[in-house]
Write a protein that binds this ligand. Structure first.
Ligand code: NDP
Ligand code: X2W
Length: 356
């Protein structure tokens, strides 16, 4: 039996990637795609990539079919998910939220970084955090609740936090980080990361032939990365915009404890990371001396990780690449839905990128 699913915000960049993946999913039947801006238009008229693939039409965001779904994906800006999730959950629909509204477990932290009130703090106590490789127990608990007939809420991790945390977590868990030090993260995103509407920074004329840092020392993904890694006030995160459509590369620098720096080799680090990610079908730890490219993951749900130990400077350098729209958004949300609905986590998801 196929599960009935819907996508709210389906005409946006993360939403349309959800549509692409869900139409090819063997266990999900996509029954509702919403966009107020494109309501009444056929999917293929708005995105010609779907010509001959689907006759679905966009409806307004209040489509009643949504409340008859098994699961709904919210690909909407933060605050819009705060408004939509409670009603869907009340109607018995499990919600996979791609926005930041339910990611931060402390509502005061959300309010400080997002400058808006959290209107459903009670949901933060039970929501699962949607980063399967690091929060498997959370998702297993959600799967058990769902199997017992409850609608569940999954707050999918953000794009920068996903690449950064998959890169950093095994080293921190291994205790390699120097006591009291901070992690320094420099990350680069393609322009689809900023959504469908252009602004002065993302307009073609600004973004083409240009790379720039933004949100320096104040980007809203900083507390999310700190929460995942358990490093309060110890992450320096600098995002950069680059002239790519898709792709996100995060370079994470972790200061090593002196005794670790004296003995750890890059080969040891690779072996440790491979052991950590054994059984995680989407994470690939590259051989020592190899580092990922965004083009090696574009269009796939993969995360590729490269590692180098710099003993001289007592630093572990990690580079981690994902497709911001896939493992950073739509693919990860479907991976979470697969787990919660009792399917294989890889079901319907691309394991590898277009090779050229
Ligand atoms: N782009 C990315 O790489 C990533 C995005 N995300 C998150 O996914 C969400 C969507 O991002 P993205 O696709 O980039 O954004 P877009 O701006 O491309 O699309 C946003 C969509 O949300 C809809 N929307 C806007 N306001 C509301 C509302 N009040 N109620 C319901 N729907 C609304 C829009 O509808 P309409 O068509 O009517 O305008 C549009 O379809 C965001 O929360 C973002 O942070 C997460 C990870 C990565
Ligand atoms: C390039 C760009 O602008 N990227 C966005 C992050 C992508 C995103 O949509 O954020 P979430 O992962 O929190 O949903 C930004 O910096 O705000």
């Amino acid at each position: 039996m196929a599960y009935r699913v819907g996508v709210v915000g389906a005409a946006g960049y993360a939403g349309i990637e959800l549509v692409r993946l869900l139409l090819g999913h063997p266990q999900f039947k996509l029954v509702a795609i919403t966009s107020n801006a494109d309501a009444g238009q056929k999917l293929a008229d708005v995105y010609p990539a779907f010509a001959g693939v689907s006759d679905l039409e966009f409806t307004t965001h209040d489509n009643p079919l949504l409340t008859a779904c098994d699961a709904v994906f919210l690909a909407v800006p933060h605050t819009a998910a705060l408004a939509a999730a409670p009603g869907l959950l009340k109607a018995g629909v499990s919600v996979f939220d791609l926005s930041a509204d339910f990611r931060l477990s402390d509502p005061a932290v959300y309010e400080a970084w997002y400058n808006t009130q959290h209107t459903s703090p009670e949901l933060l106590k039970t929501r699962a955090f949607g980063l399967p490789e690091l929060f498997a127990a959370d998702l297993a608990r959600a799967a058990a609740s769902r199997a017992a007939g409850e609608a569940v809420l999954v707050a999918c991790a953000g794009c920068y936090p996903t690449a950064t945390s998959l890169g950093a977590y095994p080293a921190i868990q291994a205790g390699w980080m120097a006591e009291g030090s901070s992690v320094v993260v420099d990350a680069i995103s393609g322009v689809t990361g900023a959504g469908k509407s252009a602004n002065a920074r993302t307009h073609y004329c600004s973004a083409d032939e240009n790379v720039e840092a933004y949100g320096v020392c104040k980007h809203r993904h900083t507390p999310e990365i700190e929460q995942i890694l358990g490093l309060e006030d110890r992450v320096v995160f600098t995002p950069h915009l680059a002239p790519l459509k898709r792709g996100l590369l995060s370079t994470v620098n972790i200061p090593l404890a002196p005794e670790v720096a004296d003995t750890l080799t890059t080969e040891d680090a690779v072996a440790r990371y491979r052991a950590f990610y054994e059984g995680s079908p989407f994470v690939r730890v590259l051989d020592a001396g190899q580092f990922p490219k965004t083009s090696s993951v574009a269009g796939s749900n993969a995360c590729q990780i490269g590692l180098a130990v710099n003993g001289r400077a007592r630093m572990l350098v990690i580079t981690s690449a994902i497709d911001n729209l896939c493992k950073g958004a739509a693919g990860q949300a479907i991976q979470c839905a697969n787990i919660v609905l009792g399917l294989d986590e890889t079901c319907g998801l691309p394991l590898c990128a277009l090779p050229v």
